[in-house]
Write a protein that binds this ligand. Structure first.
Ligand SMILES: Cc1cc2nc3c(=O)[nH]c(=O)nc-3n(C[C@H](O)[C@H](O)[C@H](O)COP(=O)(O)OP(=O)(O)OC[C@H]3O[C@@H](n4cnc5c(N)ncnc54)[C@H](O)[C@@H]3O)c2cc1C
Ligand code: SF4
Length: 299
């Protein structure tokens, strides 16, 4: 691992300010993605800013009847929250579909949104990858593409976004709240939060350097409240040409939208939308079209 310095921030503005002060600085929350990437030398931050003690670990009701989820709320706490389970079953289920209990105990809301792709070539530092090393090429194009994207791609990158939770947040039209180093706050609709790869697949979101996520809010949307979806994991197909998946890699499951979404009771109604939207998480169209919303499973 490349040497780095460490500090623990004590306020959101202080964390953002520290990130802009030190070149090559990164925030660290649960560390479940960032530390893996550092061990593999895929990410080499010169300075880590611990954002676990900023008081951003609360889930609060909003005046409009929605919920404001602090950036440091652990995935386990969010999935288990009574209000989330009752009103946003989709979110709770998406979270529980991801990783393991131990990982969800550490993983945070903001870290989950910003985890990096699980494209196997991204993790293989012997192979060209525009996302890891801009301008080096894309090994996946013409290579092993299982679990990678078919829409929302570019000539530079065909990776998918790995987060199960982000897909649910997108379906629920969540808003990402941030604070910048000068203390100014922004509210970014999640539909505008992720960038398509274009020529710069290494730039994945509209966040500015040093900008800190403070919360994710979800409006009250009665039509979507009782909606749930279940991702069924397709087992990986063994292939000689397949590079080995990193040991910590999940199957890309719901996040890649290649999963089958259960739309009613019984396996016979399992549909596979085959919708892949590159590094921008998007729910299948059936979530967006009101006329088809009846196909979602209401509790
Ligand atoms: C074995 C394994 C299996 C997994 N399986 C799944 C799965 O099935 N589904 C799934 O969705 N995920 C899965 N994951 C990924 C896991 O959900 C993420 O690693 C986790 O959510 C990241 O959260 P974290 O708090 O640990 O982030 P960190 O690793 O601490 O940070 C991740 C990124 O977010 C940035 N960051 C953190 N907090 C902030 C903030 N407040 N503002 C701005 N930037 C911030 C960091 O700088 C870093 O770039 C798996 C991970 C592992 C190791
Ligand atoms: S698809 Fe993207 S992440 Fe994967 S090798 Fe190509 S550039 Fe890298």
């Amino acid at each position: 691992m490349t040497p780095f310095t460490y500090e623990r921030a004590d306020s959101p503005a202080g964390a953002a300010s520290a990130a802009s002060r030190v070149e090559g600085a990164k925030f660290i929350a649960g560390g479940t993605n960032l530390l893996d990437l550092m061990k593999l030398q895929i990410e080499t931050p010169a300075h880590l800013i611990d954002v676990n003690n900023l008081g951003l670990d609360k889930i609060e009701p909003t005046p409009e009847g929605g919920l404001r989820i602090g950036a440091s709320v652990r995935n386990t706490a969010l999935a288990a929250d009574e209000r989330v389970r009752r009103d946003y079953g989709l979110l709770s289920r998406a979270l529980l579909a991801g990783a393991s209990g131990q990982l969800r105990n550490k993983a945070t809301t903001a870290g989950n949104l910003l985890q990096r792709t699980r494209c196997p070539y991204f993790y293989d530092t012997n192979m060209p990858c525009n996302k890891r090393e801009p301008g080096s090429g894309c090994s996946a194009i013409g290579g092993f593409t299982r679990q990678l994207a078919v829409i929302g791609v570019s000539d530079a990158c065909i990776a998918t976004h790995p987060s199960d939770m982000a897909v649910a947040m997108r379906a629920l039209d969540a808003t990402v709240e941030t604070v910048a180093d000068d203390g100014s706050a922004r509210r970014i609709p999640i539909a505008d939060f992720y960038r398509l790869p274009g020529d710069t697949p290494h730039i994945e979101t509209v966040l500015q350097p040093g900008e800190l996520i403070t919360a994710v809010t979800r409006p009250s949307r009665p039509a979507a409240l009782r909606s749930t979806a279940r991702c069924a994991t397709a087992p990986p197909t063994p292939s000689r040409s397949s590079p080995s998946r990193p040991s910590s890699s999940p199957t890309v499951r719901g996040a890649s939208l290649s999963a089958a979404w259960r739309t009613g009771r019984g396996a016979s109604r399992l549909r596979r939308p085959r919708c892949r939207a590159g590094q921008r998480p998007s729910p299948p169209n059936c979530w967006r079209a009101p006329s088809r919303r009846m196909r979602t499973h209401s509790r």
